[in-house]
Design a protein around this ligand. Structure first.
Ligand code: 21W
Length: 247
């Protein structure tokens, strides 16, 4: 998968993809990441990339001409890639949406700055608008790092066989179960005995119930979409009826 990042601040990405998993995926040729400085496509004397909003108001708007030139230059190299605009008003990123994006040939990702981009960029070039959540960033760059990371780890070969993309939180639609490693006691807090029992059937059952219990407590709405067995539903009914004493 090819990621092209269009930005006014390419330095924000240096270091961002040098962590072991993403870096390794680049080295193995599983993904390719390039950043493009939008300012290199501003051809006026002062290479201006933003301007005052028509109609007035605070802040600046990213100009259409440099963005158009930058997008067209990258798109010419990568005709199959989808053009993504990262914006607070976009479609909220969810694991199911990340799974859809992982099927694409490539993503050309526009990182907005200032108050936003000239609407004609959307009309002319943008295939998808994405938000990473309901909070306000200073620009699209941190969102681009999140998007590249989340999509990359789903591509075949990116995660080692030990880390599986299936098993983790949201991969199965539930929150994670609690995890422990040595020592068996720390400041009076002990590891749940079932994890030391060696009974793999019981461990699996305990972990599933802990996932269900945490999801019920913290993110109840996720249970509507999760794949639940009859046994899961039975356990959830017990939680709902104020249980929790029976395991
Ligand atoms: C923040 C851009 C606020 C625009 C019209 C009139 C990309 C982001 C961003 C930013 C505004 C994402 C306005 C979650 C985010 C991003 C920078 C407000 C004001 N519009 N996902 N006035 N949160 N943020 N525009 O902030 O670029 S994905």
């Amino acid at each position: 998968m090819k990621f092209d990042l269009l930005t006014l601040f390419p330095d924000m990405f240096s270091g961002a993809f040098s962590d072991s998993i993403i870096k390794h995926a680049v080295e193995k040729g599983l993904i390719e990441i390039s950043s493009h400085n939008i300012r290199d496509f501003a051809f006026d004397k002062h290479r201006v990339t933003d301007d005052y909003p028509y109609g007035g108001g605070a802040g600046m708007v990213m100009k259409v001409e440099p963005l158009a030139a930058c997008i067209e230059s990258v798109k010419a190299e990568r005709p199959l890639s989808k053009v993504v605009l990262l914006t607070p008003g976009g479609r909220p990123l969810k694991q199911s949406f990340v799974e859809e994006l992982a099927l694409e040939d490539g993503l050309i990702i526009i990182c907005g700055r200032y108050e936003g981009v000239d609407e004609r960029v959307r009309e002319l070039f943008v295939d998808l608008e994405i938000s990473i959540g309901d909070f306000v960033l200073t620009g699209g760059e941190p969102a681009a790092i999140v998007l590249v990371d989340a999509v990359s780890r789903l591509l075949p070969g990116v995660l080692g066989s030990r880390q599986s993309a299936e098993e983790d939180s949201f991969g199965n639609g539930l929150l994670e179960y609690p995890q422990y490693t040595r020592p068996p006691e720390f400041r009076g807090l002990t590891v749940p005995p079932v994890l030391l029992s060696g009974n793999h059937r019981e461990i699996e059952c305990w972990r599933r119930r802990e996932s269900l219990r945490r999801t019920w407590l913290m993110r109840r709405e996720l249970l509507d979409e999760a794949d639940l067995t009859e046994e899961d539903k039975h356990y959830l009914r017990m939680l709902r009826d104020g249980g929790g004493t029976q395991n």
